[in-house]
Design a protein around this ligand. Structure first.
Ligand code: KIV
Ligand code: NA
Length: 261
């Protein structure tokens, strides 16, 4: 049975952790879906891991749609959520509805994610939900604001900043978000938010008490050329690829590949 936003709420109630990962193309999404991932995020981190940019800012909505269509073709079970990229939703609720509407209509994904919790953004989330578009929220270290933060720095360290992030999370739940990503904030703050909200919290660099976890799959696979300190590599695909390619290269140069058979 395909995962729904309602099912993720039930997982929180049952204390069953939600497994989320990012994907950017068909084969990767298919492998994650077959391995039982609950939520596949077409994250705008694909700007960095699939397109080679230094930040998530340059990726366009058309590029996100292109990747999301490929991911969607590989998924039958997981909930597919697509990031709205920088400046495709911040201008107005109308702009957000246009962008999110394109995601749902043109890719077959079930939900969108957007960053932030300031009042205008909370109102935008409420309007998206009113027109029937499921929204995953994202607070803490929101990478689209990297230049304002002066780097991919932990947020919510001071009491003021922690209180602001908590209030944003509460407001986003009230606006109708079905889940919320907590990125790179202290574990104590993530715990407080997780306890206060009824919707599931999905952590990344936010400790192990969140209702679920998400990682950028390039980091998990050891494929990234850079990864944040809180990411864990469960494989070293960069080395595996280099080794396989060197072996292939050697066999071609030695005329050992292909063989007659
Ligand atoms: O773009 C992304 O990969 C994300 C996750 C890290 C939550 O937003
Ligand atoms: Na993102």
């Amino acid at each position: 049975m395909p995962i729904t936003t309602q099912k993720l709420l039930r997982y929180k109630k049952e204390g069953r952790p939600i497994v989320a990962l990012t994907a950017w193309d068909y084969l990767l999404a298919k492998a994650l879906d077959e391995a039982g991932v609950d939520l596949i995020l077409v994250g705008d981190s694909l700007a960095m891991v699939a397109l080679g940019y230094d930040t998530t800012l340059p990726v366009t909505l058309d590029e996100m749609l292109h990747h999301a269509r490929a991911v969607r073709r590989g998924v039958t079970e997981a909930l597919v959520v697509v990031d709205l990229p920088f400046l495709t939703y911040q201008e107005s609720a109308q702009q957000a509805i246009q962008s999110a509407g394109r995601v749902l209509k043109e890719t077959g994904a079930q939900a969108v994610k957007l960053e932030g919790g300031y009042p205008a953004l909370v109102e935008t989330v409420a309007q998206l939900v009113q027109v029937g578009i499921p929204v995953m929220a994202h607070v803490g270290m929101t990478p689209q604001s990297v230049h304002q933060f002066g780097g991919f720095r932990q947020q919510g360290k001071s009491a003021d900043s922690a209180e602001r992030i908590l209030q944003e999370a509460i407001a986003l739940e009230q606006a109708g978000a079905f889940a919320i990503v907590l990125e790179h904030i202290p574990t104590t703050l993530a715990m407080e938010i997780t306890q206060k909200l009824k919707i599931p919290t999905i952590g990344i660099g936010a400790g192990n008490i969140c209702d679920g976890q998400v990682l950028v799959t390039a980091d998990l696979l050891g494929l990234s050329d850079w990864q944040p300190p809180f990411a864990k590599a469960y494989a070293n695909l960069r080395d595996t690829i280099a080794q396989s390619v060197r072996e292939y290269g050697q066999e071609v140069r030695d005329r050992r590949f292909p063989t007659d058979s």
